[in-house]
Design a protein around this ligand. Structure first.
Ligand code: AMP
Length: 544
């Protein structure tokens, strides 16, 4: 027997219409390149997003056509988030931190027909313009400089009112967005988000037991809108009518703290590097920043060290640790305590909060290793595999990547994890970053987190270095805090009580900075290459 309920397509148009009719007076604030503030309301956003949709259709956009965006976080990018899908197009956010060759490759591989670009990013665009196959380029004039010949200006492009605009009759499975993974090896791979997946992702993100975003929030995504849709926040906020605050290109700690304070932000999200920087500024002069006591910060994209969570608690700011990927849209797991855990000891509570947490509803997780599906014992490591309605089932036009998906319908994350009896997932490594010493696995993430708990350490990456007897051994690469001192011996001593002896790094090298990916994560492949002869060199042998 079938249900008697309506079949109602889950599309982003509903979110846009809802915002236009219910949240008209709520503000959307953006910081411009000259640091001035742009303010308007959801009513303005609604009107302009629809004008963009109409203009794109008039310019010849067909259903499923890709529109690239090369933009910082601001209100026009939000208009693109909704205007492009509302026209039946596919929003393709381009990562402006990538090498120009790579951006050109990604835009061409995706088949972008149109491109919307910030005028402040035109010098970047010029580096690969000649290789781009896009037909029309629309420039957002943030600084008022003249638009180069052969390109159009955004405001004139969307000038026509759109009261008469009619949405295409879209199926919820049609593509709405596209994002390429910032992988460290091989060519980037594209993930295509359907309307349905983005709508369900918004529902799941808004839940109290996940990110808990409501119309009472003031949300500032530090995470770029070109990185997995700013973790879906622009969609979720528009669905619930939260005030949105965009930092533009100003991502340094002081600029962000000014915005947190000025707009009384209650929710923000970004990678650990951002929070480490903010923490250092906060600690210098804690009384200076009159932040909203409700401010919570979601940390993801890389592991949040326990020491970071503890440090922010000392400033009454709540860190919420979450895990996700481009392929998971990205909400996968969120680490919020279960009610009974609130009576555990402080240390036990922190241990849970430093894990990546419980899967969101409809995200299924399992750990698989050579023995098969691993038990939830919090010890057995294996590859984390996931499935669910907002998890990729394939990559765009990449038949060579089928091995990222299992035959029984799971996505292989490439992350190594454990799951404990409470269901909390803990990421111990990337498959590629695992250290296998004498046949046993060592978690580089655990060692890094412990090292970052040492008062002199600003950042630490632990990598595998080849070893003649053990195949691989851990080596710690450490950046000390400004003016701080620590010796190799001292840091190893700091780790000794916490780990089995064979887990302890064979050495510590001190560096000025750790190389990073475009998303701000440690680029361990580069470190491994740099230190591949470290064991031989230490033993006084000549490298090959
Ligand atoms: P991306 O697709 O660029 O967002 O990268 C996804 C990868 O980032 C994951 O596969 C993890 O390796 C890593 N990652 C994301 N969130 C976390 C986290 N909370 N802890 C550890 N690693 C994370």
């Amino acid at each position: 027997m079938k249900g008697t309920m309506m079949h109602y397509p889950l599309t982003l148009m509903h979110l846009l219409e809802r915002a236009g009719s219910l949240y008209g007076s709520v503000e959307i604030v953006s910081r411009m390149p000259d640091k001035s503030m742009h303010r308007y309301t959801y009513a303005d956003f609604y009107r302009r997003a629809r004008s963009l949709a109409k203009a794109l259709q008039k310019a010849g956009l067909k259903r499923g056509d890709r529109v690239g965006t090369l933009m910082w976080n601001h209100y026009v990018h939000l208009e693109a988030y909704f205007g492009i899908p509302a026209a039946g197009g596919v929003l393709h956010t381009l990562n402006l931190r990538l090498h120009p060759d790579e951006i050109a490759y990604i835009a061409n591989h995706a088949g972008d027909r149109f491109l919307i670009v910030d005028d402040v990013l035109l010098p970047l665009l010029q580096k690969f313009r000649d290789r781009l196959k896009v037909e029309r380029i629309i420039v957002v004039s943030l600084t008022g400089q003249p638009v180069p010949e052969g390109m159009e200006e955004y405001e004139s492009f969307i000038a026509e009112p759109a009261e008469d605009f009619v949405y295409p009759d879209l199926d919820e499975e049609e593509a709405a967005g596209m994002c390429y993974t910032s992988g460290t090896t091989g060519r980037p791979k594209g993930v295509v988000y359907s309307h349905r997946s983005l709508v369900l992702h918004s529902f799941a993100s808004a839940m109290a037991d996940t990110l808990g975003i409501s119309r009472h929030d003031v949300v500032l995504p530090v995470v770029p809108m070109f990185h997995v849709n700013a973790w879906g926040l622009p969609f979720t906020c528009t669905m619930v009518g939260a005030k949105q605050v965009f930092p533009g290109p100003h991502l340094d700690p002081v600029s962000l703290l000014e915005l947190f304070k000025g707009e009384q932000v209650t929710f923000t999200a970004g990678v650990p590097t951002i929070w480490l920087g903010i923490l250092q500024v906060l600690e210098k002069n804690p009384g200076q920043w009159d932040l909203n006591p409700k401010l919570r910060m979601v940390v993801g994209g890389a592991a949040a060290p326990e020491s970071l969570i503890r440090a922010f608690d000392r400033h009454n700011l709540r860190v919420v640790h979450a895990w996700g990927m481009t392929e998971t849209a990205p909400l996968g797991t969120v680490s919020l305590l279960k009610p009974h855990m609130e009576s555990l000891s402080v240390d036990e509570q922190y241990a849970y909060r430093a894990k990546q947490g419980l899967p969101a509803p409809f995200v299924e997780v399992r750990i698989v290793n050579e023995q098969g599906v691993a038990p939830h014992d919090g010890k057995t490591m294996g590859e984390l595999q996931v499935r669910g309605p907002w998890i990729a089932a394939d990559y765009y036009n990449r038949p060579d990547s089928r091995d990222s998906f299992t035959e029984d319908g799971w996505f292989r994350t490439g992350d190594v994890a454990t799951i404990d009896p409470e269901g909390f997932v803990k990421i111990t490594d990337r498959t590629k970053d695992l250290i296998k010493s004498g046949g046993e696995w060592i978690s580089s993430v655990d060692l890094e987190n412990a090292l970052m708990g040492h008062p002199a350490v600003a950042e630490a990456a632990v990598i595998a270095v080849p070893h003649p007897k053990w195949q691989e051994r851990p080596l710690a690469v450490v950046v000390l805090k400004e003016g701080a001192r620590a010796t190799e011996e001292e840091l190893i001593q700091h780790l000794a009580p916490r780990f089995a002896k064979w887990w302890l790094p064979d050495g510590v090298v001190f560096v000025k900075e750790i190389p990073r990916t475009s998303a701000g994560k440690f680029l361990k492949a580069k470190l491994r290459e740099q230190f591949k002869d470290w064991v031989k060199e230490r033993e006084g042998l000549r490298p090959d």
